[in-house]
Design a protein around this ligand. Structure first.
Ligand SMILES: Cc1cc2nc3c(=O)[nH]c(=O)nc-3n(C[C@H](O)[C@H](O)[C@H](O)COP(=O)(O)OP(=O)(O)OC[C@H]3O[C@@H](n4cnc5c(N)ncnc54)[C@H](O)[C@@H]3O)c2cc1C
Length: 523
């Protein structure tokens, strides 16, 4: 960086990038850009990296407290290749069998395998009338994926030329004008398979009764392409990304809270000038200018910023009033957030034979559950309960033959930015529901218990209203309303992560990092 004699303004080098946030989007962007030769500094407010992909180690139990399932591993392979590495040298991906056990309210269960023969046997047992429908639907969603992936997923949708391949009439052929639920009801007679397929819309925090039928591509990526666990725990991905970032020369600053993105408005176009941050703990780095404007704040001069903070946070809070782009202000203010999650971590002194690695306990009335979450905006009275029990695959995750249950219930995004005083009561209800669903004596076997309500996701990771997958897809045009990966109003501003295009979940976040890499190269 150098000073211009005229106004003492520090001019950043063209290739200096500041990344705000060390979630997986920030980390992956950092690695890709460092591999491209940029000088990258990453700033994370928490004491450790990973954002919502987090881990808790306590009393001998290990919990992944964010993602528990990895899909579309070919994107991770492409990522390591782009960084000059090979996935197999960094991670071991394991298929879990069954992929998931689904428990229905009437006591029936369904084990879903990646192996179609095993799944067919299960369908013969619980829903023989839909055996052929299942095969046909897997083919239908494969075709749906082939028709849509390049247009929506692997397309930056950044300029009008990116949209030219899309036309309104072709939206009929991808069932965009029907809901996910309507399409599924047309294909299946069995209530078991209907509820099973409707569940996948929750992978991006949306309701199957509102999201367009095109989102039926989601089960394709799990059922036709596979669902994986990362050996050593999902958080291993974060640890390995940190190692890779270090190897590629990324400077990582944890405990560092970015408060403002500074924009140079002196020229014809607004452009990135610096970011201003506060150190939560003191640290020194040769790369940082200690040109303090405010007591305790420091500036990092850079020509490019990649924000991995939630898009709402980026546009509403990190940019000052003068420079906030109006369009994105409105977009982030009025887009509906995805649902949040109510989480319970239970360390048990026993295991339950009926629990596999991934388990679902479906509610009785699915439609009512989503009505509670998205319309009434209240915790569902009869929730579907997801349990990740990684000790099934990795016994070391719990001491003395016990088990580590990560329990997740879909919850509404926050109405008020405060802790819900009824969380302990709701946690008790979930435990009691599980006891009634066959986990006999559960409450007597709890050695460790922790409750994380939707407020946690807002407070710890600054997710908009505690949403866990960015914005919802509960509308026909949601894919187009999601904030883009490059700002058109401010030169040098890029966005990565689950709150921006193409959406939430590990593979899409990774795709957002690829988009940033591509757009930065073109800029
Ligand atoms: C309970 C749960 C279960 C999930 N299950 C799955 C799953 O099974 N499979 C799957 O694929 N996905 C799953 N997801 C979604 C997935 O975890 C997210 O989509 C993904 O981790 C989001 O990554 P991100 O890059 O958007 O960053 P985030 O995780 O949101 O991280 C952003 C980071 O930026 C930091 N930050 C924000 N503002 C600032 C600032 N001003 N200064 C410095 N730092 C800042 C935050 O502290 C945070 O670390 C799940 C999520 C949750 C919460």
């Amino acid at each position: 960086m150098h000073l211009t004699p005229k106004n003492n303004r520090i001019l950043p080098e063209e290739n200096t990038v500041g990344i705000i946030g060390g979630g997986i989007g920030g980390l992956m962007s950092a690695c890709l850009l460092a591999a491209d030769g940029y000088n990258v500094n990453l700033f994370e407010k928490n004491e450790h990296l990973g954002g919502k992909m987090d881990e808790q180690n306590v009393q001998g139990y290990r919990f992944d407290t964010g993602p528990s399932l990895l899909t579309m591993p070919f994107l991770l392979e492409a990522f390591f290749t782009a960084c000059g590495e090979s996935l197999k040298d960094w991670l071991i991906l394991k298929e879990v069998q069954p992929i998931c056990r689904y428990n229905y309210a009437d006591g029936e269960y369904f084990d879903c395998f990646e192996n179609p023969i095993l799944t067919a046997q299960e369908i013969d047992r619980i829903a023989p009338e839909d055996r052929q429908a299942y095969v046909d639907f897997l083919e239908y969603i494969k075709v749906l994926y082939d028709k849509t992936a390049d247009a929506f997923l692997f397309n930056t949708l950044n300029s009008f030329s990116d949209l030219k391949g899309l036309n309104l009439t072709s939206f009929f052929s991808i069932d965009a004008f029907k809901s996910v639920s309507d399409v599924i009801d047309e294909h299946f007679d069995s209530t078991y398979l209907r509820q099973f397929f409707k569940r996948f819309t929750t992978y991006n925090g949306s309701s199957p009764y509102s999201a367009p039928g095109t989102l039926n591509v989601i089960p394709h990526v799990e059922l036709n392409m596979g669902g994986y666990y990362i050996q050593g725990g999902m958080y291993t991905l974060v640890k390995q990304l940190e190692l890779l970032a270090n190897k590629l020369g990324v400077q990582i600053h944890t405990n560092t809270d970015v408060r403002r993105i500074l924009v140079d408005t002196s020229g014809a176009r607004k452009k990135i000038e610096a970011i201003e941050y506060f150190s939560i703990q003191n640290f020194t780095s040769q790369n940082l200018s200690s040109d303090s404007e405010q007591l305790g704040s420091t500036k990092f001069y850079c020509s490019k910023v990649v924000s991995n903070s939630d898009a709402y946070e980026t546009y509403q809070h990190l940019l000052s009033g003068r420079v906030r782009p109006k369009m994105q202000l409105l977009q982030t203010r009025y887009s509906e957030p995805s649902c949040s999650g109510f989480v319970l971590l239970l360390g048990l002194d026993r295991h339950y034979d009926q629990l596999k690695h991934h388990n679902i306990f479906f509610s009785k009335d699915y439609k009512q559950e989503f009505h509670d979450i998205f319309q009434k905006k209240q915790l569902p009275n009869d929730p579907t309960i997801y349990i990740s029990n990684s000790s099934y695959s990795d016994p070391d995750d719990a001491p003395n033959g016990g088990s580590n249950l990560f329990i997740l219930v879909n919850a509404p995004y926050l109405n008020t930015l405060s802790e819900d005083p009824t969380s302990a009561i709701y946690a008790k209800k979930i435990i009691s529901d599980l006891e009634n669903r066959g986990l006999t004596g559960l409450s007597q076997h709890i050695q460790y218990k922790e409750i994380r309500s939707p407020f946690h996701f807002y407070d710890k990771y600054r997710s908009n209203k505690g949403s866990i997958y960015g914005t919802s897809s509960n509308g026909l045009f949601s894919a187009f309303l999601r904030p883009r990966n490059q700002s058109k109003a401010i030169d040098g501003l890029f966005l990565t992560g689950g709150s921006v295009h193409p959406g939430g979940g590990i593979p899409l976040v990774l795709q957002s990092a690829f988009n940033v890499q591509k757009l930065m190269k073109q800029s």
